[in-house]
Unconditional design. Sequence first.
Length: 264
Amino acid sequence: MNTHLSQNRSVLNFAHATYSMVDESLACSRGQNPSLRFPLATSGWLLGLNGVHLGEDMRLYPGSNIIGASARCNVVVTSPGTGRQHAIIDVLSGESALLIPGSTQRELFVNETPCRTPSPICHGDVIRMGEQCFAYVALLPGSADERTTLVFQERFPAGGLCTVGWLVELSGDREGRDFRLYPGENRIGCQADLEVVLFDPDIRPRHAVITRHAENWTIVPVSVTEPLFVNGVPSTGTGLQNGDILRLGRREFMFRSIRVAFAK
């Protein structure tokens, strides 16, 4: 595990973390039930690999996350063949979770193996319910990340976006919220039309840019006068590794990325 991340594990103990305000600029995915979005810290994600949820990330929170077609579920899956309460993902920590069949009689698969009893899941495992496939993404990066590639099973439509990384806030009253990162440039600042919007007096309208090119990530400040620290070291621009700790202004974030491949 990244040594800097290991040194910051105490701030990643999200089992009881909450943040008091929900930033409405963090739009839910189409399948995320906004009425059941509790003020809890993000503890992992489901990433849609095909179908109506292609490229969407569904936030998972500490404890039980009910997944299915019912509007009462935490994660609402609208693809054909999904049961009303198809499955439950019980997030045990930032590194592990348990997949539990729901109350429906419809089949549930992990890596194309039927799941009929509670089963541990790891980063990169593919969960299928009905016609929809999701990859499970653990909150904390581990050694498996370096050899696990999440494969989107369909081509993206022109102009379509997919989530390939996140910034997870580690400090303040909004500890645990996440910001999505996409292929290409991700502009960070307090300007409302940017990819990552941080309303904070220490953040400039255009503060920094995180860029993904192929599987390589970099961060650069828009101006060399802007405060930017990577793992506690001042930086005027550098490559990013999974689990790096970034400080923008007075706020700290964990950088979380995934390896992906796209259907031809």
